[in-house]
Each structure stands twice: as structure tokens, then as C-alpha cells.
Design a protein around this ligand. Sequence first.
Ligand code: EPZ
Length: 423
Amino acid sequence: MDKLIIQGGRRLEGTIEISGAKNAALPLMASTILAPGKHVLENVANLKDILTMCELLEKLGARVDRSRLESDGILEIDSADIQSRRAPYELVKTMRASILALGPLYARFGCAEVSFPGGCAIGARPVDLHLKGLEMLGAKISVEHGYIVAEKQDAHANEITFDTVTVTGTENVMMAAALTPGKTVLLNAAQEPEVVDLAEYMIEMGAKIKGAGTERIELAGVESLKPGVHRIMPDRIEAGTYLVAAAITGGELLLKNCNAGHLESVIAKLHEAGVGIEKSEAGLRVWRKGKLRGVDIRTTPYPGFPTDMQAQMMALLSLAESGVSMITETIFENRFQHALELQRMGANIKMEGNRALVTGVKKLSGAKVMATDLRASASLVLAGLASQNTTEVSRVYHLDRGYEKMEEKLNAVGAKIQRAKEA
Ligand code: EPZ
């Protein structure tokens, strides 16, 4: 396993290119199952989770050309010869997002077997709403030996209300409904930009979808879909992470290829905390304006403050020079594990249930810390950048799942990060 060794206390200055969104690429890759033939996806980040999804598609029988992924961010996926409908435990257990194969396999082949994704460090992560949505479209759902088995019985359209806003649940049911005859309406649907990106590609494939990006999505089922070409949206969480990197080091960065429109709630909070952010033709400019102030954060579904930015903001607010911050995590039940590691670096954080009270300290001190999940590892890197002396973040495989070349991008703007093997 790898670790990152971070020499803290260095001001970041320069330009960072933002990569394609992981959480848009994963459903988009799964959607290629819907339409037999050769799909081309552009601006795909070279990430562990993307490679895992490539493996899953190949396991199903698709041909994936990843030869231009590293160099040009291009994936070619030919789904014509998919013959398996089974997403195996060995793959699903390494990446929960494999559940995104369920909807398209069911839609195209009338049957699907996907290993039940387990929980993960941040929560139980149930998929009951995915299954309820498929059942309401006429699927017969059973669970056999740890596998979800979905079989098309009397496929019919329906009006489906999600009890809780679920991003991949909305995406899975959207993909199943696209090939289900009649007009299906999804209510309390996720409004995340990644859902919109998926819908846009599905429309290009011939799906009839209206309302993506709102809580009400309408789909008119079609007979079949055809493959196309799609450029993946920029990663708003990667961009948000680097906004915090500039703020926490007192530096100034220009983020290119990012969409500020996807970050409005994050930008508003950073402004409130005393961080300067300016949208320009060249990109998104961010700098530490003056004193860092404590702010309250409450994570909610898009367009509210994203849960995927909560850990990064906690690192920043640990160094607020005035005011305290109340952070409330409403999406996942166990998403404060980074707080325990930040405390070891000197942060003053008091937790109770899904709330954390952060009182700024003058400085954080470097320490050996351990990453527990993707965004927690990002928050520890950010804290390491701002700390005096050296921080070692272990288990950075978590980081490699969702951040493309993080240490390279940060070192290019003045950080001093070295990757090493853990003893
Ligand atoms: C997506 O996960 C993202 N992953 C997550 O990003 C992100 O944190 C999350 O949405 C919330 O924005 C991908 O898009 C691949 P949910 P997802 O279903 O879809 C409950 C990262 O760091 N729920 O929106 O799995 C669930 O327990 C990752 O990149 C049910 O109860 O999240 C949670 O409390 C982490 N039943 C809430 O809904 C269900 O059937 C939101 O989960 C589904 C979800």
C-alpha cells in the first residue's frame, strides 16, 4: 500500500486543470450497456474506480479500449457482444457503484444478477430504493446467495417517488425506465449535475427524457437505443477540493476546465468563510482574502452543500481564526472519520451524532494519519498541506479511487508531496 509524505506550510500558487467527473463517468460507462455498439467517452479521468468499471464491463462481455485513457482521457466501449448478465461479487465488493449495472442490464436483457453491494466506511449504503424503483417498473426482484436478481415480468411505466433522494438510485431507475414502454415519472429525483450528464448522453442515444436536473424526471420508453459520443462534465468535487487547498495554504490558484455553476453552494460557503473566488474566462480564481471565519455547514442533496465536500471543509474550518463552525452531515450516518484523524493533528472538533462543532486552532501539527474513505483522505492531505512539518497519510488507495494525479497537480503549484511504499 502507498502513503503520501507531505511537507506542510507551503503556499500554493499556480494553475490546476480539473479532470472529468468520476461520479458522472461511472453511470455513463454503465449506460453503454443499454445500446449495443461502440460508444466513445471523452474527458474520462484515469482513476481506480474507472478501471474497476472497465473490468466489470469486460466481465460482462463488452470490449473496452482504454489505450487512450491515460494520454487523452478517451474510453471506447463496444457493448454489442455483452452476453453475461451477472456482475460478480469479486468486483462489486471493490466498488459499490457497480450497482449501476443493474438498471441497464435489466433494461436491455430483461434480467440482471448483481452482487449486493456491501456498506462502506461512511455508512450502510442500502440499495432498497433502487430495487423498489425496478419493481414499480414491473421487475421481479429476488435475492439469491448474496445476489440481487431482477427479471422483467410485466414491464410497465409508473410514477415512482423516491423516499430519499438517491443519486445512483435515480440513475439506475432512469436507465431501466428508458427502455420500459409508456411514460414513467420519477419524483423526488436527485438533481445532481452527474444525473443531468447521464440524461444528456441517454438522450443522445435516443432516450426520451425531460426534467433531468429537477426533482421530477419524465421518461417515455423507447424500443432501443444507439451508441454515441459524449464528453464527461468536469469533476465538481475535485475542483472544490482544490478551492480548499488554495484557501487552507493561504495561496492563490486558477482552476481550469471546471464548471463554477456546479459549485455554487460551495463557493457561497467559502465566500462566507472569507475566501476570495472569482469566475473568469480563464477559469475559477481562488485566493485567501483575509481572516478565515467559522461558518455553519449542513450537507443536503444538490443544489445544497455536497456531502462529498464536508470532510475538506472540516479541514479548512479547523484553522478558522474567528468564530466556530457547526457541521451537520445529513446524508451519511458515519462520515466524520476524518475528524478523528484531524484531532490527532491538533484540530479542536467535538462530535455528537451527525453534528461536529469545530473551533479553529492557530495551527495543525503534522502527524502520521490514516485515510478511511475517499473524501476523508482528501481532507487529511489538505490538513497536511497547512500543517507545520511533515504529515504521512497512509492507505492512499482511497485517494486514488477519486483523484487523478493529486500529488502531481499539487506539487506543480508548490506543494512538496512524495508517494512512498508503506513499510
Ligand atoms: C452517490 O452515492 C455518490 N457516488 C457519492 O459519492 C455521494 O456521496 C452520494 O451520491 C451523495 O451525493 C456516485 O455517484 C458513484 P445516495 P450514492 O444513493 O448514490 C440513502 C464519492 O465520494 N439511500 O445518493 O450511493 C443512503 O444511505 C462518493 O465520490 C437509501 O436509503 O448515494 C444515503 O443516506 C461517496 N436507499 C442517501 O440515501 C437507497 O436505495 C444518499 O445516498 C439508496 C440510498
